[in-house]
Design a protein around this ligand. Structure first.
Ligand SMILES: Nc1nc2c(c(=O)[nH]1)N[C@H]1C(S)=C(S)[C@@H](COP(=O)(O)OP(=O)(O)OC[C@H]3O[C@@H](n4cnc5c(=O)[nH]c(N)nc54)[C@H](O)[C@@H]3O)O[C@H]1N2
Ligand SMILES: Nc1nc2c(c(=O)[nH]1)N[C@H]1C(S)=C(S)[C@@H](COP(=O)(O)OP(=O)(O)OC[C@H]3O[C@@H](n4cnc5c(=O)[nH]c(N)nc54)[C@H](O)[C@@H]3O)O[C@H]1N2
Ligand code: SF4
Ligand SMILES: [Mo]
Length: 737
């Protein structure tokens, strides 16, 4: 069979940085490459850009089409996150797109809930009217009765922000089962929203701490980007130490394996801190200037304050002064007497605290030999080259080429404190935000939680279903399983209502969230459940009253930030063909659902919220009394962001690569002001305050025991299991799923 001329091929893929791509009529989009006359009879082959839909990091895709139908997928060469590659899952998603078991029309349940469903097909109008009416009815009584449960969000402004605000629903996420404890630890300690990754371009020594290198994600991303950067770093001589109960995840990419006993990572991190101090590889300058290490702490564990200001011991004047006093020379360690009371620096307390966590002690707890812990500490200390600097793109930055990748380490009972302890190791080395050091996000942006998590006002009941600001979980990640427990027994937690209507978006809580019995019991209590999903997930099968079939990759979605650590970029998901069967794009569904629920138009309606969430500027703002199409909204977003061509730019190019990220936003030491102007918290004074308030309010130790100002080891609850439970169950992702 004669195929049409390929419009995009190696070598001819770009013209002046622009891809030549055609969109045939079936996509409803303009054809940019005119077909040759002789091709008209032959099948037309072309490539259109879109974005991976099945994964987490929105890799760029060129969808190869024949006569407008997608036949295979390949990586977008200019996309910073995948640079022309796709992972096995990315290539194979075409099987999911054409899966005959997709839900093909809206479904309405015909049997009772709590068992596998029987269904009748419905029109979109009937299904959306039903869901819209239930939303309208429940909101009129009490907005708290409406819950929106999401999984991954592929268009936060449309879903998490605008829909939640317009509807007043309580929004629940899945992060509590992923890495939210790590996010909270990092936000609290350093002010950044992320968990931990290395500066791969410069790092020379990496702790791959519970990173499943050959199969899964690491911090924030899905798969391809980190392994690409890792292999390049290996070629430059990077040494990798894997800390994992399992060896296979790191495969051939690790030089050394520390087989840690599951859920003892906190103990190991504390012992590394102990060894670093013992061997003296401590970045005193960083600790004094940029952390609360020199702050003076009173015997009750709170900071010494004068006129509300924390104090340091000024070695120049031999007196307590504010940390920002002129010519101050703060002491890092020591015990001093101020106004008749004995005070210690926070670092002194840390040093005394970790003195008990020797490598020998940790060896007993984690099963890693003391000598190996000491060796790793020594190698960290040597490689960190404390005091050194390097020039990157003309900017002089401290150079500490020791890094860590840790993400799912948050997924354990002591996850919050384990991550704090890992962060502390790199604080001691001065590697936070250094060249080659420990990084957390793509750019050095201080998150609102740095302040918010330090200023929580613990309230008395009644509480909301996620127990936000409660005496039970002051630091709170809106855990859906906790909400489920609360729904099953609201009185126990001081909650005076039970939600009635649930919308489930892109998540399968019955399978993905623990504990399953709690989720199942709670879901039985919802009077009405609508599930938006391309498939009949277990959650839909057992609990949906209505299933709204979402399209897979064949839809508009975004905007999506697709920067890698060194390159800033944005993209959109574009439909390479029309939605299959009667499925529809999620955003289309929300627009119609809001209309049916009476929350689309007018002030504070969904369109008004979209204007704010997408930061649309005049003249691109949406009219508040007319329903736009999704393509039009994204077109306005693009124009509002200075892309004169609008969405057509993305339809041609797939991705907007804005260019390299400047060292001044990448490296915390040299941002203006350094580290965004916040002091890193070695010592968590507010955690101690929360503990005190929780105890005063009479809650049981299980709630407050881990609110300690310094990360503190305790034996995990599972160790108290009856002796016949003599195995550990650990989990990990697999590349093929
Ligand atoms: N192919 C594929 N890729 C994915 C995903 C997917 O489903 N499939 N999911 C994406 C998502 S949502 C995420 S969050 C990321 C996650 O990606 P990763 O952060 O790499 O997480 P896991 O695969 O869970 O791997 C965690 C590693 O921790 C080890 N481990 C288990 N228990 C312990 C312990 O107690 N201590 C230590 N030190 N190690 C332990 C496991 O053996 C495993 O090697 O992957 C993303 N990428
Ligand atoms: N058993 C188990 N539990 C886990 C994990 C695990 O590996 N195993 N990993 C944990 C982690 S790290 C995470 S992040 C969470 C993830 O858990 P979830 O957030 O529940 O994610 P998934 O299980 O991937 O479920 C996604 C659902 O969304 C549907 N879906 C897919 N694409 C779309 C779409 O475009 N639109 C809509 N509306 N729906 C779509 C899928 O059909 C599926 O039913 O689970 C956590 N819990
Ligand atoms: S790494 Fe993730 S986003 Fe990228 S192609 Fe694979 S599944 Fe898709
Ligand atoms: Mo995750």
């Amino acid at each position: 069979m004669k195929l049409g001329r390929r419009t995009v091929l190696k070598g001819s893929a770009t013209v002046g940085g622009t891809l030549l791509l055609s969109r045939a009529a079936s996509g409803g989009l303009e054809t940019l490459v005119t077909a040759q006359p002789e091709r008209q009879a032959a099948p037309v082959e072309d490539y259109v850009p879109t974005t991976c839909w099945i994964g987490k990091q929105d890799c760029g895709i060129l969808a190869r089409r024949i006569d407008g139908r997608v036949v295979s997928l390949q990586g977008h060469p200019q996309h910073p996150r995948n640079q022309g590659r796709l992972c096995p899952k990315g290539v194979a998603q075409i099987m999911a797109v054409y899966d005959p078991n997709r839900v093909k029309t809206p479904l309405i349940r015909t049997n009772e809930k709590g068992i596998s469903g029987t269904w009748r097909q419905a029109s979109w109008d009937e299904a959306l009217t039903l869901v819209g009416e239930r939303i309208k009815e429940v909101r009129a009584r009490d907005k708290r009765l409406l819950v929106w449960q999401k999984g991954r969000s592929k268009a936060e402004p449309f879903y998490d922000v605008a829909f939640v605000r317009a509807s007043g629903a309580t929004g629940l996420g899945h992060g509590a089962f992923c890495s939210d404890a790590g996010y909270r630890a990092a936000e609290y300690a350093l002010g950044l929203h992320g968990v931990l990754h290395p500066d791969f371009r410069y790092t020379r020594y990496l702790l791959s701490w519970g990173w499943n290198i050959t199969n899964a994600g690491g911090n924030k991303l899905c798969w391809i980007t980190w392994p690409q950067l890792l292999t390049q770093a290996r070629e430059r001589g990077l040494k990798v130490v894997a800390v994992d109960p399992r060896r296979r995840g790191a495969g051939p990419f690790a030089d050394e394996w520390l087989p840690v006993r599951p859920a003892t990572d906190l103990a190991l991190a504390l012992a590394l801190g102990n060894a670093l101090i013992a061997q003296g590889t401590i970045d005193r300058e960083y600790l004094i200037r940029y952390t609360n290490s020199p702050f003076l702490v009173k015997p009750d564990g709170t900071f010494l304050r004068v006129d509300g200001k924390e104090q340091v011991w000024n070695e120049a004047s031999q007196s307590a002064t504010p940390p920002d006093a002129r010519d101050v020379k703060p002491a890092l360690e020591g015990t001093f007497t101020v106004a008749g009371q004995s005070v210690k620096t926070a670092y002194q307390l840390f040093k005394e605290h970790v003195a008990r966590y020797t490598p020998e002690w940790a060896a007993e707890v984690c099963g890693v030999e003391a000598a190996a812990i000491r060796r790793v500490a020594r190698e960290l200390g040597e490689n960190a080259q404390i005091g050194s600097t390097i020039v990157v793109d003309g900017v002089t930055v401290p150079y500490r080429p020791v890094g860590i990748m840790a993400y799912h380490m948050a997924q354990q009972e002591l996850g919050f404190q384990a991550l704090r302890a890992m962060i502390t190791v790199f604080m001691l080395l001065g590697a936070v935000g250094a060249v080659g050091g420990m990084h957390l996000d793509f750019g050095w942006k201080v998150h609102g939680n740095y302040k918010a998590l330090d200023e929580i006002k613990i309230k008395d009941p009644p509480y909301n279903i996620v127990l936000g600001d409660s005496k039970y979980f002051p630091i709170n990640s809106k855990n859906p399983a906790l909400a489920a427990r609360v729904m099953v027994n609201p009185q126990k937690y001081g909650v005076d209502y039970v939600p009635e209507v649930l919308i489930v978006h892109m998540t399968n809580p019955v399978i993905a969230f623990g504990s399953q019995p709690d989720i199942v019991e709670a879901y039985k209590k919802f009077k009405f459940v609508a599930v938006i999903d391309p498939w009949l997930s277990e959650t839909a099968d057992y609990f949906a009253d209505v299933v709204l079939p979402a399209a897979t990759m064949e839809k508009y979605e975004g905007p999506l930030g697709v920067s890698d650590p060194y390159t800033s970029a944005t993209t959109l998901r574009l439909p390479p063909m029309n939605p299959l069967y009667q499925s529809r794009g999620d955003i289309d569904i929300y627009l119609d659902l809001c209309e049916k629920a009476g929350i689309l138009y007018g002030k504070d309606g969904y369109l008004d919220q979209l204007n704010q969430a997408l930061a649309l500027k005049d003249p691109q703002k949406l009219e508040l009394n007319a329903k736009p199409g999704v393509r039009e909204i994204l077109d306005r977003w693009a124009k509002s962001n200075g892309i004169a061509e609008g969405i057509a730019y993305f339809e041609r190019n797939g991705v907007q690569v804005k260019g390299p990220i400047s060292p001044k936003s990448l490296y915390g030491y040299v941002t203006d002001p350094p580290f965004g102007g916040v002091r890193h918290r070695l010592y968590g004074e507010s955690l101690l305050r929360y503990q005190g308030e929780m105890r005063a309010k009479g809650v049981e130790p299980i709630y407050w025991q881990d609110y300690t100002p310094l990360p503190t080891w305790r034996t995990p609850t599972m160790e108290g299991s009856p002796p016949e439970y003599d195995q550990y169950l650990t989990s990990y992702k697999m590349v093929e799923v």
